[in-house]
Design a binder for this molecule. Structure first.
Ligand code: PBG
Length: 347
């Protein structure tokens, strides 16, 4: 080996006894790196969020989320089969109705798009894949808020809980394994649990969006669900700077009967995720949602040639698992599952 002249001079003048620790030994070959990897990703860790829109006759690609579609009922079934074949852990369904009103009637209508599409998926995939749905009213209300409003326009917590109960029952009847309570109303997990139990739906679980922040990174999701929202969700979703508050929200959800806990968004909240995952009081599985804006940022930077897309995608997912998520919701679930199955390294 060629030793730099300066280094040789210094070595001869004063032999260096260090470094005695050489961490690079464990990075030398891909095989060694694989052996010592602290974080592994498996297709079953991944959940694919999917959008189905009532009025469509053809699937529509989303501008702000290249590669993601608003599905028709028919294209949803086909895409779900592909996702199952890729070996992912589950699907999370969002519905976009044609008719929107003040109380989000379409959410609780058994013939509403979310409920019929859930039934389609159940018929298509059988018990083989975990089926989940977002339990929230924002796709169904004409004002775009996650609940119903008071006369003065505030989101009415307790009136919303009644709507969530009915929505939970409708989704359970349609075949959902888990309902994702994402509205950040106080008491929503207890309310939905008691409604499910009261109807004998003891096996329908609650995937609680325990810590959910009022994030600008939901931006592309607005296009994905044709959101009607004016204003923001700051009176119900958490403010980004609050970390301890997440522990309180998560503790409440667990006490109310949450079967799984989610942190959302993921990448800007990895500290919160790590807190939740390490909290000894959190004995349910912990998930994180890599949301629309996280997807869009990486896709946009990659499309400009500014970052290596495939590596950035894998790194983002590994970082979310490293922070403590056992399950990751990601719009890349299928492509990443295929890459993992093909034996690709995690970076
Ligand atoms: C609420 C809901 C939202 C997302 C998932 N469930 C929107 C919001 O809270 O404003 C966002 C998901 C994403 O951005 O990928 N129904």
């Amino acid at each position: 080996p060629v030793i730099h002249p300066t280094a040789r001079t210094r070595q001869e003048a004063e032999p260096m006894p260090y470094p005695t620790e050489r961490p690079r030994r464990l990075r030398r070959t891909p095989a060694i790196r694989r052996l010592v990897a602290e974080t592994r990703l498996h297709p079953r860790d991944l959940v694919l969020p999917m959008f189905v829109k009532e009025s469509l006759t053809e699937p529509v690609p989303l501008q702000s989320m290249p590669g993601v579609l608003q599905h028709t009922r028919e294209s949803l079934r086909r895409a779900a089969v592909e996702a199952v074949e890729a070996g992912i852990g589950g699907l999370m369904l969002f519905g976009i109705p044609t008719h929107r009103d003040a109380v989000g009637s379409a959410a609780t209508d058994p013939d509403g798009i979310l409920n019929v599409a859930m039934a389609d998926l159940r018929a298509e995939v059988g018990a083989e894949t975990v089926l989940m749905a977002d339990l929230c009213l924002d796709e169904f209300t004409d004002h775009g808020h996650c609940g119903v409003l008071t006369a003065s326009g505030a989101v009415d917590n307790d009136a919303t809980l009644v709507r969530y109960q009915d929505m939970g029952l409708a989704l359970s009847a349609a075949g959902a394994d888990l309902v994702g309570t994402s509205g950040m109303m106080d008491g929503q997990v207890a309310a939905v649990r008691s409604a499910l139990d009261g109807a004998g739906a003891l096996d329908t679980g609650i995937f609680a969006y325990g810590a959910k922040y009022a994030s600008a990174f939901y931006g592309p999701f607005r296009e994905a669900v044709d959101s009607a929202l004016q204003g923001d969700r700051r009176t119900y979703q958490q403010q980004p700077g609050n970390r301890r508050e997440a522990a309180r929200e998560v503790a409440l959800d667990i006490a109310e009967g949450a079967d799984l806990i989610m942190v959302k968004p993921a990448m800007s909240y990895l500290d919160v995720l790590a807190d939740v995952a390490r909290d000894p009081a959190v004995t349910v599985p912990v998930a994180a949602y890599q949301i629309s804006g996280e997807y869009a940022m990486i896709e946009a930077a990659a499309a400009n040639g500014w970052i290596d897309r495939d590596r950035a995608v894998m790194e983002s997912l590994v970082s979310i698992k490293r922070a403590g998520a056992q399950i990751v919701l990601t719009y890349w679930a299928v492509s990443v599952a295929r890459r993992l199955t093909a034996g690709e390294d995690l970076g």
